[in-house]
Design a protein around this ligand. Sequence first.
Ligand code: SAM
Length: 247
Amino acid sequence: MASTAVADANAGGFGVEAAGVGQVLDGSNPAIVRLRQLVDGPQSSEGWRRCWEQGVTPWDLGEPTPAVVKLVQSGTLPGGGATVLVPGCGGGYDAVAMSGAGRSVVGLDVCDAVIQRARRRMSSASTPDVTFVTADFFTWAPPEPFHLIFDYTFFCALDPSLRPAWAARMDELLRPDGELITLMYLPRDQDSGPPYNTTVFDYEEVLKPLGFFIESIEDNDVAVEPRKGLEKIARWKKTPAGTETPI
Ligand SMILES: C[S@@+](CC[C@H](N)C(=O)[O-])C[C@H]1O[C@@H](n2cnc3c(N)ncnc32)[C@H](O)[C@@H]1O
């Protein structure tokens, strides 16, 4: 699996579909070693584009992550006109899975090639209410903030120096009554990244000062095999202005 990804990278093989199973996301995987060579440092947009263009995408499941399917089936997501943002959406599978029930979803990624591919894939499916946008999460200016933002393997992929800016953007891009859902991949013992070592505290450290609090948090019991035991799902809300953050 990993060596295939590297072979694809060597062949310049953009367009190789993921196999629908997870790879080990640490330095023992040659594709992660290559990813770390390509995405080097905080200003890494060009590096991410190179990853997609060279087929170095060991994180890509090739299908929605099971936790998103479970969330949608739970009926606990806002429906009826709610707007949803999936930043760093990659192949766009989670964005498409979150559409339906009247939700209008934007999948955002800095790599135009993968956004074009997601659009092509969507146009051959039934027409979900999803828009794919090529833009940098840190500078993009949508017309309106969103009711819901879903982050999966975006926080842990960013250089840790960008985490305060990630939180500030979440604050700006979310309506005051909106919800942030973080499906948190929590790798430990990494020498470098992406993915970088991440803890729940790392999220709290940047989100709590902005008035975010955790409404619920649980282990992701449907994580794909190599990620089992390393994922939690947290649902965050913002405290209304002028009130105390719940403990
Ligand atoms: C580890 S991948 C995760 C993709 C997807 N969430 C998934 O789980 O398959 C991180 C994604 O973030 C995108 N990305 C990195 N920096 C970005 C930025 N500043 N703005 C938007 N997307 C970015 C990359 O192109 C890549 O698709």
